[in-house]
Design a protein around this ligand. Structure first.
Ligand SMILES: Cc1cc2nc3c(=O)[nH]c(=O)nc-3n(C[C@H](O)[C@H](O)[C@H](O)COP(=O)(O)O)c2cc1C
Length: 229
């Protein structure tokens, strides 16, 4: 299996260690990127990805190694510490660049056969909203199975995390990795994703954005073809 980790920070603290543990326990190939070190651009709001093509995005070339790694991975891990109750600015800026891939526009078909993990740590509070920041993108990209794990580590770095917490983290990362491995040969989206895709399929039949309509027609998704089959 191939796993890609997108770290929402460029240092190796608690969030890094937990995300890495999950990837190691899944086994296989691991690719990882650190934000903003490996991609630090902000969306300029030109709307070109939605209206013309993502290839025309001013940051397309810089983003491409990360995009390619996600597209060829079986598992996508998004990891971020809580910064003022939300994902880091670097993670948000990264995710903004894939707005065109949301199901309402032009989702990448391979996402519907992938598993995704959201990893988050906080000193204390803000885990739920931070995980949602990342899980929203995974869901609307069409990622078939999404696992969420947040831990209030009560620390500002990995060395400061107690042994008791590290033991609990070890158990949880094993459980997540085992679930991912057990599903690896049979990844299908659940009801919520399929229902949302169906609504988008109806919408694209009379779609408002010519680029999206063409995309859906070319894939056969306005007809009976489905990306998870
Ligand atoms: C700018 C900034 C904002 C933060 N905001 C919060 C917060 O809202 N809630 C919280 O519990 N911890 C907050 N923290 C603490 C970190 O989320 C926490 O220490 C986390 O485990 C750090 O992960 P890391 O070791 O991977 O860097 C913040 C830290 C920084 C640097």
């Amino acid at each position: 299996m191939k796993t890609v980790i997108i770290h929402g920070q460029s240092h190796k603290g608690s969030t890094y260690h937990i995300a890495h543990q999950v990837a190691e326990k899944i086994g296989g190939e691991i690719a990882e990127f650190f934000l903003p070190r490996d991609f630090g651009e902000f969306c300029v709001g030109c709307n070109t990805c939605f209206n013309v093509s993502e290839i025309k995005c001013p940051h397309y070339d810089k983003l491409k190694p990360l995009t390619d790694a996600m597209d060829t991975a079986d598992v996508i891990i998004l990891a971020s510490p809580v910064y003022v109750y939300h994902a880091t600015g670097a993670m948000k800026a990264f995710l903004d660049h894939y707005g065109y891939r949301w199901m309402v526009h032009s989702p990448e078909g391979s996402m519907f056969k992938k598993q995704g993990v959201c990893i988050c740590t906080a000193a204390g509070a803000g885990l739920k909203s931070t995980i949602k920041d990342m899980a929203d993108s995974l869901f609307f990209w069409g990622v078939a199975k999404i696992y969420r794990y947040g831990n209030g580590v009560a620390a500002v770095n990995w060395d400061g995390v107690s042994d008791k917490k590290k033991n609990a983290i070890d158990k949880k990362t094993t459980a997540i990795a085992n679930k991912i491995k057990s599903r690896s040969n049979n990844v299908k989206p659940g009801f919520k994703t399929k229902a949302f895709f169906f609504m988008m399929h109806l919408m694209q039949k009379n779609g408002f954005n010519p680029r999206d309509v063409e995309y859906w027609n070319n894939k056969g998704w306005t007809g009976s073809a489905r990306p998870w089959n």
